[in-house]
Design a protein around this ligand. Sequence first.
Ligand SMILES: Nc1ncnc2c1ncn2[C@@H]1O[C@H](COP(=O)(O)OP(=O)(O)OP(=O)(O)O)[C@@H](O)[C@H]1O
Length: 248
Amino acid sequence: MSDYSYKAVNRDMGRVIHDYDLISAGDRILVGVSGGKDSLSLLWMFAERLRRIPIDYQLVPLYVDPGFDGGFASDLEQWCRRQLDLELLVEYTDHGIVAHSDENLENPCFLCARRRRQRIFEKAEETGCSKIALGHHKDDILETFFINMCYTGVMSTMRPAQQMFEGKFTIIRPLAYVDEDRLRRFAAAMDFPEFVNPCPSGDRSKRREIKEIVASLTRGKKKIKNNMFRSLGHINMDYMLKPAGRLR
Ligand SMILES: Nc1ncnc2c1ncn2[C@@H]1O[C@H](COP(=O)(O)OP(=O)(O)OP(=O)(O)O)[C@@H](O)[C@H]1O
């Protein structure tokens, strides 16, 4: 595999795995696969690494089907089997339907994501996986930082390795150093299929709004984006406000 985008994704993935010690021998890793370019890239890269690097761990790919008509679960299953020789677990649910029904008074995306997350933890427990890998990338991490700051008044984001339930599970994000653009190019170079999610609320407007804000701050300059990302790990508390400080 000589493609430039592969090398770049592989290098960034290797760096984050090393920096955060994401994988150990004997791990069983549940990989959340949504059918989008990010999690397909993650699963593909993981499977390829496993063949190449002599650390013995197991991958358990999982798709949580939200239950809409016209879903793609069986196509995704076939892709995993044919391309990667992996058996995809499919968890059929009605999360999407319930989230869009009159009985739900919350935001549909919020409820659906919460239930999906719950189900992912349950399946991790059932299948004996203590690590859960998700396809979040560098842009997701930056955007989450701004979403949390703008909408909840907290400076926080998603970590490349996050312990949950007092260490019972660790969420890992092996694509945390990879730019979204790079993943887009990689998925195109690999000719990954596009599994279209039939969800009626596919737009997720809050994230789209923040994406535009981040894009306007970076103005396409890689250096600015990388500095913003780096700053998430370089916080000078001596020059920050007191936690109780309140602006009127
Ligand atoms: N239905 C699902 N089943 C299993 N895992 C999921 C599902 N939806 C999302 N995930 C996991 O959560 C991660 C983040 O979800 P999100 O919806 O933000 O993804 P995305 O930005 O659309 O990325 P992707 O291209 O992987 O779909 C995904 O990369 C994947 O690892």
